[in-house]
Design a protein. Sequence first.
Length: 386
Amino acid sequence: MQIRDITTTQVETVLVLQGGGSLGAYECGVYKAFERHGIEFDIIAGTSIGAVNAAIIVGSRDKSSANTLEKFWYSLAEHITPSFFVDNIRSIFSSMVASLYGNKNVFEPIWVYPASLFNFYSVFSNYTRMPPHLYDAKPLQDTLTKFVDFDKINEQYRKGVTSASISAEESKRVAPRLIMTSTDIQRSESVTFDSDHMEVDAAHVIACTGFPFYGLAWTRIDDLYLWDGSLLSNTPLREVIDVSPKNHKRVYIVNLFPKNQRELPSNMFDIWHRARDIIHTDKTDHNIRMSKVISRYLTVMRQMHDLLNNVNIDESMKDILFEIEKEYHKLATQRGAIIEEITKIEREEDVHYIFEDADFSIATIQKLIKQGEEDAETALQQKKKS
């Protein structure tokens, strides 16, 4: 018996995009392949640069979200770093350019402001009232307004999609549901922005990208001070299930950080690199295992439920069984999503280097987009054969 027989539960197709700085260009290539194959998503979720990519895909001003996303990434590319450098040298050089001068469409260093010396001093001291960070993300907020139509993202919420009074015609989507995650600095809790239950703007996207270890500023929204969502989870599948617990899921995950590496680190930079990969790599296997366990439990519950319905029950037991019946239906319709299918596109590395996620050179951006596109094609072909 299939678990779907329990109810007429809908199946949602979900894309989960990780954070990873400039490695987000790989996700652009992956999405190009998805769009070419006509794969449509009900939910697109992301954190950090994954949240930026997700917002651009959902709110694309162009009919082709893949085209919009690719234009965005080429707008971030810097042309100072020589393209003939080998990968690891190119990443070091490009990351140095970014650390000194920022990226005109993503972040700017605080020392570009008039009170530059005081700003820089404030990063390492509490004797001034200047911001305690190295970089400001205002350029990214301005860039997002060029590529993202937030009215399109928010249309479903403005319709009152959760209202029982709207018709099926009115509830038709113009864009997928957008889910982005950030981290509450003071409570160490995940904060989720869901376009079905709130109006999303550029500030919410920025709130998902403030990575403290790179000196990026936090964002204040209402009474919350928010950092990058990857501090708690770089693969926000759990958050998707939390906000959409009733529908089964077909999930696509883009893993920017290699899960497996045969070679042991040979120096301190390699150690930091491998440790970062482990911290940020996909850790959703537990969610998938629990989904399968829940599926088996519900199948057994359905069988027991059907068996009891075909047995003559003593009058004294009817009230008890009535309560069991109510609890059964509650569990059967609000059980937590079953992951029916999962497809992972995993970025691999020929050379390991610590600064790869801060390399915005045009050569690297082009290489990552191409690699993501090729890896997605391979994954989709393998899926067809299986």
